[in-house]
Design a protein around this ligand. Structure first.
Ligand code: PEP
Ligand code: MN
Length: 337
């Protein structure tokens, strides 16, 4: 349950109401939203207390939902969440968003060269990993801080926003100085300390679905960020583990349609990790947009075979241009732009 307090409530009245809840052993998590205080109830309480709360003079309204995630649910917010970036890009409106770039930032020249092509393909956001979550400790781990600088420089030169992955709570302050969007990778979807800290920032967070995660687990992970007061959460499907050996993961497009029914948050699809095969990326990009996704996250490289990481799934920038053109045609067909 969510309790909406009256907007003009004095601090004294608020304190009295909080004590009223304590007396009834009702535990709440407070969140401030545009001058209004919301109290999200932890656990359940009986009918009697419910009626007392509902009729309390300090309460504007209560919202009951049968969903375990509350702030992420459509019953809490009906209108789609729109995320506004500094370069004018809006995620979650009619326009399809293209985020593209290499898996990892390899050199200053590499990211600049890719950025120029990504921009001319019509993408709004440049991606690139500086801190890479690699399965083996001997694999390239990313260039770290210097790569953030290269990515920012390239994004700024070509008037794009940037997105990069965060793995460690201790890097928030550093990455926040550079990035427009934090990316939380599949392996960290349930890194709760990281999600809680990102909830305290005011930068958008793209939360990738764990490769094992149910829809409920994804939405509950998003709830951790929302509860911190950060309303700018973007959900991302990037493929799940199934029994299929022919593709790296199975891109689950059911989740796109499901999330569109269930939540007001924007949904992005990553067909690069979702297939692991560059020759499937264009087809699955079109399918994702037809299913209702708000945008795509795509790995691209000037010379895909030379990518230090994820070479098999990187598409060339020539292929990217073809992809954007074709996706835009699908977008028109489903009443998007
Ligand atoms: C990536 O985007 O390069 C990445 C590591 O993604 P994921 O977390 O989906 O594996
Ligand atoms: Mn990758």
């Amino acid at each position: 349950m969510i309790i909406f307090l009256k907007q003009d409530l004095s601090l004294d009245k608020e304190k009295l109401f909080r004590q009223f809840l304590v007396d009834r052993r009702v535990e709440v998590i407070p969140i401030k939203r545009k001058e209004q205080l919301l109290l999200v109830v932890v656990g359940r309480f009986g009918e009697l207390v419910r009626r007392e709360v509902e009729s309390h003079p300090s309460v504007a309204k209560i919202l009951e939902t049968d969903r375990p995630y509350k702030l992420a649910s459509k019953s809490f917010k009906q209108q789609a969440t729109k995320i506004h970036l500094d370069n004018g890009t809006v995620i979650g409106n009619k326009h399809i968003i293209f985020m593209a770039g290499p898996c990892a930032i390899e050199t200053k020249e590499q990211i600049r060269g890719i950025a120029s092509e990504v921009k001319s393909a019509g993408c709004q956001i440049l991606r690139g990993g500086a801190f890479k979550p690699r399965t083996g400790p001997y694999d390239f781990q990313g260039l770290g801080k210097i790569a953030l600088h290269f990515l920012k420089e390239a994004a700024t030169e070509f008037e794009m926003a940037m997105i990069t992955e965060i793995m460690d709570v201790r890097d928030i302050e550093l990455i926040e100085k550079y990035t427009d969007i934090f990316q939380v990778g599949t392996r960290n979807m349930q890194n709760y300390p990281l999600l809680k800290e990102l909830g305290k920032t005011r930068k958008p967070v793209l939360l990738k679905r764990g490769m094992w995660a149910t829809y409920k687990e994804l939405l509950l992970a998003a709830e951790y960020i929302l509860l911190g007061g950060n309303e700018q959460v973007i959900l991302c499907e990037r493929g799940i583990r199934t029994y299929v050996p022919e593709t790296r993961f199975t891109l689950d497009l059911n989740v796109v349609a499901y999330l569109k029914h269930e939540t007001h948050l924007p949904v992005i699809v990553d067909p690069s990790h979702g297939t692991g095969r560059s020759n499937l990326v264009r087809a699955m990009s079109k399918a994702a947009i037809a299913a209702g996704a708000d945008g795509l996250l795509i790995e691209t490289h000037l010379d895909p075979r030379k990518s230090i990481s994820d070479a098999d799934q990187a598409i060339s920038t020539v292929e990217l241009k073809k992809l954007v053109k074709e996706v835009k045609r699908v977008a028109m067909a489903v009443d998007r732009k």
